[in-house]
Each structure stands twice: as structure tokens, then as C-alpha cells.
Design a protein around this ligand. Structure first.
Ligand code: ADP
Ligand code: MG
Length: 279
């Protein structure tokens, strides 16, 4: 379905997949501090992400996942290397990239609907109400339109966060362990809802997690990162059929992919253990 807003501009939310949202990460290294305090959070990361795909970045705590995501968002400038979104170099945050964090970051004095409208309003789009209403329904919160964040559960607040991040119709949705604070059942529900929203919007998703099952359930491709310094150690294409439901996690294909991921992670953890022992 194609939507037309009040200016007559055609909006693509809910229509066929967008062509925008191609990401090219070219040899980025990001260091913090100087001299003996210098920490290299990520090193020599090269990654091409196709428009409309769902990528999971999987790795242990401290391996540089958030740093990498923040550099795509434009919050952190790479020490060297470049990031391009649709062939345009990323140099600062912008409405073409939506971000969802682990901690719910809604404005407590604004209602659900006002929180969702915030992004488009800040970007100067004063007529985004129609898009925001549709996103509200997509995340299943139409009834909670005028509720305040304190009246919503954690899972609901995070769904508002997702709708808010999508309200500017970004080419890329960046998600940093967004379901990490939720209980297992809510997390499963959120994963299914996210896949549904993704299939309707066609936005590229870069989703950071340390949870192997989560990365397999959601992704088209899994990028495994290791630490010291943070780098890509392996990549797996994930061709499990869609649409996906939680029952998938007991299938042979799921378990096979899980074993491959765990093998890489185990080898990497053993290396990290030896590294810590010798230093
Ligand atoms: P992850 O998200 O995988 O847990 P982070 O990207 O948060 O990892 O951190 C990677 C490394 O970079 C860690 O050693 C962390 O302490 C360091 N780091 C991240 N941000 C900063 C910062 N602003 N200043 C100094 N060190 C940082
Ligand atoms: Mg992190």
C-alpha cells in the first residue's frame, strides 16, 4: 500500500522494499584515548550491507559492537576509514538512520504518539502524523496512543522506541541490544513483531546482540566479532525460510547454524582466555 501525505509527496512506508539503505563500511578503525591509555575498539572493519537486508552483529561484551553501530549512526567518528550510506559519506547523525538503544529512551512527559512524532518533527517534517499512526498500529499499540511511558511495560516502551526510530522513514534502522533487558517470552514476541515491521517497511536493519539464538532467528546474515581488538572474525549467510516463528529454533537448520556460530565463538573465547593469562 502506498501512502500520500498532505504535501502530496509519495511515502513508501508499507509499500514495496526501498532501494535506499545500502551501507558500505570501508576499513574503519576506531581508537579512544592516547598513549598508554589508548584503546582500539574496532580495527579494519570492512562490511557491505545490502539495502533492505537484516544483518546481526554478534559478539561478546566489549568487542566493539556499540562502537561500530555508533559510528554508522554518526555519533562516533572513525579514527580512520569511511562509512557510506547510499554512496554518501556519513559524518554526523541524520534522519536517514534510526537508532534503538537497550535502555528505553522515551521522553516521559510525552505520550506514546508524541514520542513517535518527535523524530519527524525534529527533522522538520510537520506532517508525519499519518506515518506515525501506521507505525503505532504496526507495533500493536494503537490503543496506547495517548498513554505516557510510565503507563507502559518495558516491551511496550521498546516498541514505541522502534516506531519512533522508523517515523522518519530511515534507510537504516540501527538497534543496539534492544531486547536485552526484556524477559525471554517478551523478547520472543518482540523479535516476531520486529520481523513483521521490517517486512512491511523494507528498511535495512543492523541489529547488535550477544545472543546467538536471537541473531539466527532474525538475520539474513550474521557478522561475528571478536575482541582485542574488535574485528570481524566470521560471517554466516542465514537462509532459514521466512516468515519465521519461534518453533524454527528447534529445526535442524537452525541448530546447524547455531553450532557453526558457537564453534567460532568458542575458538575466540579460548584465544581471549590465553591472551588474558599471558598478559
Ligand atoms: P560492546 O558494545 O561490544 O560491548 P563497546 O563498543 O561498548 O563494546 O566497547 C569496545 C571497547 O571500547 C571497550 O574496551 C570499551 O571500554 C571501549 N570504549 C567504548 N567507548 C569508549 C569511549 N567513549 N572511551 C573510551 N573507551 C571506550
Ligand atoms: Mg554494547
Amino acid at each position: 500500500m502506498t501512502n500520500t501525505n498532505l504535501t502530496g509527496k509519495t511515502k513508501v512506508l508499507g509499500s514495496t522494499k526501498k532501494k535506499s539503505g545500502n551501507l558500505d563500511i570501508k576499513n574503519i578503525t576506531i581508537s579512544f584515548g592516547k598513549g598508554s591509555d589508548k584503546v582500539t575498539a574496532v580495527e579494519n572493519i570492512n562490511l557491505s550491507i545490502e539495502a533492505g537486508s537484516f544483518i546481526c552483529i554478534l559478539g561478546p561484551s566489549g568487542c566493539g559492537k556499540s562502537t561500530l553501530l555508533n559510528s554508522i549512526a554518526g555519533f562516533v567518528k572513525p579514527t580512520s576509514g569511511n562509512i557510506y550510506l547510499d554512496a554518501k559519506e556519513v559524518s554526523e547523525p541524520g534522519p536517514d538512520r534510526g537508532m534503538v538503544f537497550q535502555q528505553y529512551s522515551l521522553l516521559p512527559w510525552k505520550t506514546t504518539f508524541e514520542n513517535i512524532l518527535l523524530g519527524p518533527r525534529l527533522a522538520g517534517d510537520l506532517e508525519a502524523t499519518e506515518i506515525s499512526e501506521r507505525l503505532l498500529s504496526m507495533v500493536g499499540l494503537a490503543k496506547y496512543r495517548d498513554h505516557y511511558p510510565s503507563q507502559l511495560s518495558g516491551g511496550m516502551q521498546q516498541r514505541v522506541g522502534i516506531a519512533r526510530a522508523l517515523a522518519t522513514q530511515p534507510g537504516v534502522l540501527l538497534m543496539d541490544e534492544p531486547f536485552g533487558a526484556l524477559d525471554a517470552q517478551t523478547r520472543n514476541f518482540m523479535q516476531e513483531n520486529l520481523l513483521q515491521v521490517w517486512s512491511e517497511t523494507g528498511t535495512t536493519v543492523v541489529f547488535v546482540t550477544h545472543d546467538v539464538d536471537e541473531s539466527i532467528f532474525l538475520s539474513d546474515k550474521i557478522i561475528v566479532m571478536g575482541s582485542n581488538p574488535g574485528q570481524i572474525i566470521s560471517q554466516f549467510d542465514n537462509e532459514l525460510p521466512r516468515p519465521r516463528e519461534q518453533e524454527l529454533s528447534t529445526s535442524k537448520e537452525f541448530i546447524e547454524l547455531k553450532r557453526k556460530c558457537l564453534d567460532v565463538i568458542r575458538t575466540e573465547s579460548n584465544k581471549a582466555f590465553d591472551f588474558q593469562n599471558l598478559n
